[in-house]
Design a protein around this ligand. Structure first.
Ligand SMILES: O=P(O)(O)O[C@H]1O[C@H](CO)[C@@H](O)[C@H]1O
Ligand SMILES: [Mn+2]
Ligand SMILES: [Mn+2]
Length: 403
């Protein structure tokens, strides 16, 4: 019996999205945002030397077809990449109208987003008075801090001390459809922060705001750091996804990392969480031995995005890719006959691009366990159709299997 491992490298885009200009991610004759392509170019030019050195070195993912997928998506030939692929490889295009994590994951799981997400304006205040009043009522506070667009690390540096003094939660958003609350685990309390986010979620979801996110932090003024106790309260997918298709067929599902949160816990069998991507890869290494016949393991590795993409840290992103590549090699060596492993991504987050937001890009689809060959240009939903076909399940989404 077969097993499937669907592994999302969060934000590892390969450029070339046909609609990038509509998202502000291409201008004029500029080739546009290209997470992998621009990281590889920076590495080759000696501009990504912190904690690593030289051209980007990803022999395992490139051996599956990463460099070939990059060239297919965006026409870029990246220094250090471009081996003759030993896997099946393609470049996938998204149709959902958001370049956010839920849109990307749901569409990979067979369900494009049929609605326009709600967003908050990039003004101060960013939030309507009625929403602020709701935060105050549920949180038992007299006011909020922030009320603006910002980077999550910058805003705790700026407002963390005032938050500890006043007890007011720090509420902020971004270009994504999110409402985020940062609060100190000690002075405000982690359970209280999570209860506040959970209590606000129905109101925000009714506004088609995709997620309410608890962003707890610890430390003292001048030395705050976010913890791994982040919680996302996401709106539910609009239709059953690949996870439901598998579960409804009586087969086990394993969610590694934030997959459970992203799918609002629909179709999730066992949850495997961890404090960082290394701990998540330990889960994957265990599941390669223990996952049941017929099961789907769906994993998200978030640190490319959260620690390096949003922080515009090119060296850090390159380091993370090289670390991941080595772990992927050890993982793939343990695949069994009948196993399928797919490496892909949910959107881009080019660390060389302006701002601190996601970027609209195509994503790689790298498949181990199905022999060698070009999948070529494909759709996000084709990933779900292919995984379902591999597990012997009828695909219920619009995708076409590349099996
Ligand atoms: O700057 P931080 O708090 O990491 O926020 C980032 O994380 C959010 C959710 O993934 C995105 O909307 C992005 O703004
Ligand atoms: Mn993401
Ligand atoms: Mn992100």
């Amino acid at each position: 019996m077969t097993r499937a491992f669907l592994i999302v490298m969060d934000s590892v885009g390969i450029g070339g999205a046909p609609d990038a200009a509509e998202f502000g991610d291409a201008h004029g004759t500029d080739a546009g945002a290209n997470t992998l392509g621009h990281i590889a170019a920076a590495c080759a030019a000696g501009r990504a030397e912190e904690g690593r050195s030289g051209p980007l070195c990803l022999p395992v993912l490139d051996g599956l077809g990463l460099g070939a997928a990059l060239t297919l998506a965006s026409g870029v030939t990246a220094p250090g990449l471009g081996a003759v692929p030993q896997g099946r490889w393609g470049a996938a295009t998204e149709v959902s109208r958001g370049k956010d994590t839920p849109s990307g994951h749901w569409e990979l799981a067979g369900v494009p987003v049929p609605w326009d997400w709600g967003y908050f304006p990039n003004t101060v205040p960013a939030f309507p008075d009625t929403l602020v009043a709701e935060v105050c009522r549920i949180g038992g506070v007299a006011g909020i801090l922030g009320n603006c667009h910002d980077s999550g690390t910058a805003i705790i540096d700026r407002l963390g001390a005032e938050h500890m003094q006043s007890g007011w939660p720090i509420c902020y958003t971004s270009a994504d459809s999110v409402f985020q609350i940062a609060a100190h685990e000690g002075s405000f309390g982690l359970d209280r922060l999570i209860a506040l986010c959970e209590g606000l979620a129905p109101t925000l979801h009714a506004m088609k705001i995709g997620r309410v996110i608890a962003r707890p932090f610890v430390g003292e003024p001048g030395a705050f750091s976010r913890t791994s106790n982040r919680r996302d309260f996401a709106i539910a997918p609009p239709a059953p996804t690949l996870l439901d298709w598998v579960q409804d067929a009586g087969c086990p599902t394993h969610a590694v990392g934030k997959i459970g949160d992203i799918f609002s816990h629909r179709g999730i069998g066992k949850l495997h969480k961890g404090k960082d991507d290394a701990a998540l890869f330990d889960h994957l290494d265990r599941l390669i031995d223990t996952a049941e016949p017929g099961s789907l393991t769906f994993a998200n590795f978030v640190e490319f995005d959260s620690l390096y993409g949003h922080r515009r840290d090119v060296s850090g992103y390159a380091r993370a890719l090289e670390w991941f590549d080595a772990r992927a090699g050890a993982f793939l060596a343990r695949l069994r006959p009948g196993d399928l492993a797919v490496f892909t991504a949910d959107h881009g987050n080019d660390p060389t691009w302006h701002g601190t937001e996601h970027t609209r890009e195509r994503v790689p689809v790298l498949v181990a366990g199905l022999g060698v060959g070009e999948i070529g240009p494909c759709a996000f939903v084709d990933v779900a159709a292919s995984v379902a076909a591999h597990l012997g399940l009828p695909s219920q989404g619009p995708g076409r299997s590349f099996l």
